[in-house]
Design a protein around this ligand. Structure first.
Ligand code: SAM
Length: 398
């Protein structure tokens, strides 16, 4: 059996990992805090049809390819180039000469291209709110989820649905030293399974239900193991693709949401959060654009990482490539909890996110989790009696 190298900076059984209860996990969705209806344009505005999430996705890809085109030549400027705000806050005249002196022609052309794009960006800026166009035609490939809207005539935005994470090409591959499995000859029948032992306090799912919530990450058997797919330490990986069990529906005050079409028992695995895995620099770049669009659906994969390891933390962007979990809204009294888990890659950077039922959930109940937003600006419409975001004072109740 292979074991993870000892010299890795991440220590799975760290004090932080052990002590952090699920509800305290620092992974949090970075939700936009702005108004959801900020378009000042009439529906006949000519650019409207261009601004679909699909178009912005291509646009962001283009932008990223420029900024990342030549890492070695723009190394010095990496930190400055980290966001669009740099361009916006540093006028061309002020910085151009410095850049010209210090960098290659290649970088100059990248910079000029960036400025060109920025001009377009500024020109279209006021139209950006329309990117999340309420009248975008539904994708050709309809999601296999049911969609229900009794509130208005809005159709589902143009998104690309995936069942598993897509790793952005700029993300460094998982460390293969962390790909290891058990050597159980008995399909993990006895309690000797090394994968089960990777879990603090043992594998926490029994009879399909989570038996403890004070787990760190959950480790499952995988293709490196001697067991087969029926072994009892593969509950999350075998529970995916439950798409028939959910419905994306329009809520009266939070945009789209997700609800269950079947009762869910407390402790059951419900769904995995998937999207495009980004390294922090790309995530930051996109964030500036997404902020304008009020379409932020970011989740930091920061479980087990310290504050000073932020640059290692990958991010799930589910603004375009996504699963049903992209429609999960926040509640201060949620019915789901998030738990990181590992199957194939036990490299801590590539942690995956599972949602489990925190309580018994009845049919047609909206599924929610706690975004753990710390900003006072969050206008929470969760409607819970214990809502932490006090709209009258603007303070967060603790
Ligand atoms: C990940 S998306 C969830 C799906 C979203 N409702 C939609 O229509 O696309 C996060 C966004 O949903 C909205 N949202 C989620 N929970 C909310 C809440 N409790 N109160 C108000 N808005 C919420 C916010 O606009 C937030 O930026």
């Amino acid at each position: 059996m292979k074991v993870p190298p000892n010299n890795k900076p991440y220590v799975k059984k760290s004090t932080q990992s052990q002590n952090k209860s699920l509800s305290e996990s620092s992974a949090q969705i970075r939700a936009s805090l702005g108004s959801t209806q900020n378009s000042g344009f009439s529906s006949s505005y000519p650019l409207k049809s261009y601004f679909t999430p699909h178009i912005i996705h291509l646009w962001l890809k283009n932008l990223e390819s420029i900024v990342h085109l030549n890492e070695s030549s723009n190394k010095k400027l990496n930190s400055d180039f980290i966001s669009w705000k740099w361009v916006i806050h540093h006028p061309e005249e002020e910085n151009n000469s410095k850049i010209l002196n210090n960098n290659s022609k290649c970088l100059i052309s990248q910079y000029n291209m960036l400025l060109e794009i920025e001009k377009d960006l500024m020109k279209f800026d006021e139209s950006l709110a329309l990117l999340w166009d309420k009248n975008v035609i539904s994708p050709h490939r309809h999601p296999s989820y049911k969609v229900y809207n009794s509130i208005d005539s809005e159709t589902l935005p143009y998104l690309r649905f995936t069942y598993e994470n897509l790793i952005n090409c700029k993300v460094k591959s998982p460390d293969s030293d962390f790909n290891y499995g058990c050597d159980c000859e008995d399909n993990c029948q006895t309690k000797k399974c090394s994968c089960a032992k990777d879990n603090d306090g043992g594998y926490p799912i029994q009879n399909g239900r989570l038996i403890r919530t004070d787990v760190g990450a959950i480790y499952e058997c995988n293709s490196n193991c001697k067991c087969n797919k029926n072994c009892s330490y593969r509950i999350i990986q075998n529970g995916g693709k439950n798409n028939g069990l959910f419905e994306i529906f329009k809520t009266p005050n939070k945009g789209w949401g997700l609800r269950t079409l079947v009762p869910i028992r407390k402790g059951s695995f419900v769904l995995e959060h998937v999207g495009e895995i980004l390294e922090p620099r790309t995530a930051k770049l996109r964030e500036v654009c997404y902020e304008k669009l009020d379409m932020m659906a970011y989740f930091d994969l920061d479980f087990g990482f310290d504050e000073n390891e932020k640059l290692k933390v990958l991010c799930v962007d589910s603004n375009y490539w996504c699963g049903a979990s992209r429609f999960l809204n926040h509640s201060c009294d949620p019915n789901l909890i998030t738990i990181p888990f590992f199957v194939e890659h036990k490299d801590p950077r590539f942690q995956r996110l599972a949602f489990f039922a925190k309580k018994n959930i009845t049919t047609l109940t909206e599924l929610t989790f706690d975004y753990k937003i710390s900003s006072v600006k969050f206008e929470c419409s969760c409607g819970s009696n214990i809502c932490r975001y006090n709209k009258n004072t603007g303070r967060i109740n603790t």
